[in-house]
Design a protein around this ligand. Structure first.
Ligand code: ATP
Ligand code: LTN
Length: 333
């Protein structure tokens, strides 16, 4: 095994990923792949907390693998796999459930938000979501977890569970650190810039999908909600729409907010939106080309997932065996 530090992160195959997922998470993953040992998981079990169409879910899981590769993740450098292919995730979840308190899970904002969104299906899985996520991370003795800002609270509970378990049984789990990008950590909805851009949003105009064709991208940006001023200036509180567009533009071009403000001084919102749209179209073009090419070769994608699951299982089962032993389960001979 290499002495590089280990990264673990995941994305739900709950829809086609958005520009938010890309800028908040996946884009950074590609920049970390040389420096770290990276494990990237398509967290299909997590999506079951919301009703899914089985056929579509299968299709989206494979499609997400293609998107990972299209975004630049090299399968020779990273382990890419499906959560449901490594049974240790579900198994460790059960154990960790017994070391997690009802009260702390009740405080999770994602749980509260999603319960409100799906009041007819507030299932136990939704409540337990953070524990499965903790199991994902802790199984791999992860050093660093690159995620968007919305996942910070889940990382905190993961750390709390790990520390609690270690305090009882000695050093079983590495306590992971969160890695949140400086820009792009929270891309907001285009129609409601006070809430997060989310791939399972019912209104398609709220998000840019990574696979949206150029005319759709341009249209969605053109319609993005702004404000009644005319100045392009970063001010999250009073100008959430424009600030969100600046965030997207900054994250794609590497330009600072000051640079953007002077680039668009004297220009109107329409011109700025068109520039953000064009930059997005250009950034997504090579990703989309690669994606459609990969989707013609499903056997190749399946093979990567198979290899990934084998490599991931090897690491995960080592941690699981240790945990089983520590808590007093008799080994199977
Ligand atoms: P869902 O809509 O099904 O809840 P989601 O779009 O919120 O999904 P996840 O699969 O839960 O996306 O998240 C994958 C990664 O993308 C996580 O690291 C998460 O923090 C990041 N992420 C999600 N939405 C955004 C966003 N709007 N801005 C930045 N990062 C984001
Ligand atoms: N909950 C995460 C997805 C996720 C994840 C993980 C991220 C599941 N398991 C482990 C990092 C590490 C989300 O983005 N909603």
């Amino acid at each position: 095994m290499s002495d590089k530090k280990r990264i673990f992160s995941g994305v739900q195959p709950s829809g086609i990923i958005t520009l938010g997922n890309y800028l908040g998470a996946i884009k950074n993953w590609t920049q970390l792949q040389d420096e770290y040992d990276c494990i990237y998981c398509i967290v299909d079990l997590h999506t079951l907390t919301v009703r899914q169409d089985p056929k579509e879910l299968r299709q989206r899981s494979l499609s997400l693998a293609a998107i990972f590769l299209a975004c630049g993740l090299d399968p020779a450098k990273n382990i890419i796999f499906l959560q449901s292919h490594v049974s240790a995730h579900a198994e460790l979840t059960w154990i960790l459930n017994c070391y997690t308190y009802f009260g702390e899970l009740s405080r999770m904002t994602q749980f509260k938000d999603k319960s409100q969104k799906h009041p007819d299906n507030v299932n136990v899985g939704l409540f337990d979501y953070p524990v499965l996520m903790a199991a994902d991370i802790l199984l791999y003795q992860t050093d660093l977890v690159p995620v968007g800002l919305d996942q910070k609270q889940h990382l905190e509970i993961t750390r709390d569970i790990a520390i609690r378990f270690n305090n009882i049984y000695g050093n079983v789990f590495k306590v992971p650190e969160v890695y949140i990008p400086k820009v792009g950590a929270k891309i907001m909805s285009l129609q409601d810039p006070t809430s997060k851009m989310s791939k399972s949003d019912e209104n398609e105009n709220n998000y840019i999908s990574l696979l949206d064709p150029p005319d759709v991208i341009m249209r969605k940006f053109r319609r993005a909600v702004t404000d009644s001023e005319t100045v392009i200036r970063y001010d999250e509180e009073n100008k959430p729409g424009i600030s969100n567009l600046m965030n997207i533009y900054s994250s794609l071009t590497g330009k600072s907010f000051e640079e953007i403000e002077s680039e668009f001084a004297g220009k109107n919102y329409g011109e700025f939106k068109a520039a953000v749209g064009e930059t997005t179209v250009e950034a997504l073009k090579p990703i989309q080309e690669k994606y459609y090419f990969l989707m013609q070769n499903k056997d190749y994608l399946q093979e990567i997932l198979k290899q990934g699951a084998e490599n991931a299982s090897r690491i995960a089962n080592r941690t699981l065996a240790k945990v089983y032993h520590k808590v007093g389960l008799l080994p199977r001979l």
